[in-house]
Ligand binder design. Structure first.
Ligand code: NDP
Length: 442
């Protein structure tokens, strides 16, 4: 049987200077400890195989800015595990991107994708390129250069990237165009495409909508309902905006949103039309919100979750919610935290939450709606079909319910019925480990 602290020590020595990756590995291994008591996992070297990526690729991306100067960024793709299907996971363009962050995201993606029940492996990629303040032409030249290298490693049956922070429909379009030009093949090698040329309806909304469907499932399971709840959301990007939109459609009052410069509090409920105009059309910061909604508050700096609410949906980025913030939520009577972002709680904040009387759902379960609809986009592309919004939305609802049912069953089976972190890690881990064991010594 495995000695877990020895395993974690070996992994830490093998992957120095990768704190985000090591944090994610520790979290998963801690929660699957009861499963690992079965000696078959040790006999099959499952921890060693599941924590070592199939492949990690880093490459130079040279591109020309509008002044004619050659600029250089670094690109990444980590193809972590394809036991269940082609590698699948987003591309992130943000100056903070490094190998540790991409590896942590790819590792988490393996289990998230397993939870959807779709045939998807786990991967992630991106670049330290900062799209902020760049012209459309610069974004296009960067995306084309990035794809010139990435195209060697991806394909519809091999590895299918999508969007993430800093990568939306515009960037996916430029990358898809370049992929098609290089390969001379029209295939679904990327998801998150525009519906004009092969994208799935509801893909853009899927992570945020799925998050709210998941939250509704948890509340229903605990004899409650999302309708009428006060909701705080962080972030003001793709996930945050669509989570807020679905929460409002289901009768909630959404009180806050945030971005990298500051946060807004609108006691009458956030006006999403104003937010979409600021973030998606003008690509500016939330300080402009007050110009259209003078009664709202704008605060510069980090959002510390000080506004009382019953539902908290962190949807910005990793480690955005610290110990002080979760304490504010708990003190103000918040009932549930469901993660829209990947690992938004710091390790310290997570420890507090797991020991408090508050429901908590980890992102690998609650934000899996995006990759699930990406899986549906892949199916539509292969079948040369297009499903209606209603069809995709129904499938999304079904997948989110299936994920909740499976993880709550796993949590109950291992004696901690409300520990959805443990349920999600166990459920995802067992699926991937079973698939690895059936495929021999690879
Ligand atoms: P976007 O780029 O669309 O939006 C990110 C938002 O978070 C922006 O409002 C951004 O502010 C804010 N933000 C980014 N970094 C920071 C920071 N360090 N501090 C405060 N705010 C910050 O990304 P997405 O909405 O696509 O992704 C958000 C999260 O959800 C990420 O963790 C991502 O991995 C996760 N996720 C996304 C999925 C998807 O389908 N897109 C699927 C599953 C998970 P600003 O506007 O100022 O840049």
């Amino acid at each position: 049987m495995y000695n877990l602290s020895n395993e974690i020590k070996k992994i830490s020595e093998k992957n120095p200077n990768e704190p985000e990756f090591l944090n994610a590995v520790k979290e998963v291994l801690d929660s699957v400890a009861p499963v690992l008591e079965d000696s078959k996992y040790e006999k099959e070297s499952i921890i060693e195989r599941i924590t070592e990526p199939d492949r990690q690729i880093a490459f130079r991306v040279s591109w020309i800015d509008d002044s004619g100067k050659i600029r250089v960024n670094r690109g990444y793709r980590v193809q972590f595990n394809n036991a269940l299907g082609p590698y699948k996971g987003g591309l992130r363009f943000h100056p903070s991107v490094n190998m540790s962050i991409i590896k942590f995201l790819a590792f988490e993606q393996i289990f998230k994708n397993a939870l959807t029940g779709l045939p998807l492996g786990g991967g992630k990629g991106g670049s330290d390129f900062d799209p902020k303040g760049k012209s459309d032409a610069e974004i296009m030249r960067f995306c084309q250069s990035f794809m010139t290298e990435l195209s060697k490693y991806i394909g519809a049956d091999k590895d299918v990237p999508a969007g993430d922070i800093g990568v939306g429909e515009r960037e996916i379009g430029y990358m898809f165009g370049q992929y098609k030009r290089l390969r001379d093949t029209y295939e679904g090698a990327l998801t998150g495409k525009s519906v004009v040329y092969g994208g799935s309806l509801i893909r853009k909304q899927a992570t945020g909508y799925g998050l709210v469907y998941f939250t509704q499932n948890v509340l229903n399971h605990h004899g409650d309902d999302i309708s009428g709840k006060k909701v705080c959301v962080s972030g003001a990007g793709n996930v945050a905006i669509h989570a807020a939109e679905k929460a409002q459609q289901l009768g909630c009052k959404v009180l806050t949103l945030s971005d990298s410069k500051g946060w807004i509090y609108d006691s009458e409920g956030i006006d999403l039309k104003v937010v979409k105009d600021i973030k998606e059309v003008m690509r500016k910061d939330l300080s402009l919100y007050k110009e259209s909604r003078p009664n709202a508050e704008y605060h510069s700096g980090k959002f510390k979750w000080t506004i009382p609410c019953e539902v908290a949906l962190p949807c910005a980025t990793q480690n955005e919610v610290d110990a002080e913030s979760v304490q504010n939520l708990i003190n103000n009577g918040c009932k549930i935290i469901c993660e829209g972002a990947n690992m938004p709680l710091t390790a310290e904040a997570l420890k507090i939450v797991l020991n408090a009387d508050i429901l908590y759902a980890p992102g690998k379960a609650s934000n899996a709606g995006g990759v699930a609809v990406s899986g549906l986009e892949m199916s539509q592309n292969s079948m040369r079909l297009k499903w209606s919004s209603e069809e995709v939305d129904e499938k999304l609802k079904g997948i989110m319910k299936g994920i909740f049912d499976n993880i709550s069953e796993a949590a109950a089976e291992y004696g901690e019925p409300n520990n959805y972190l443990m349920g999600a890690n166990i459920c995802g881990f067992k699926r991937v480990a079973e698939a690895i064991m059936k495929q021999g010594a690879v």
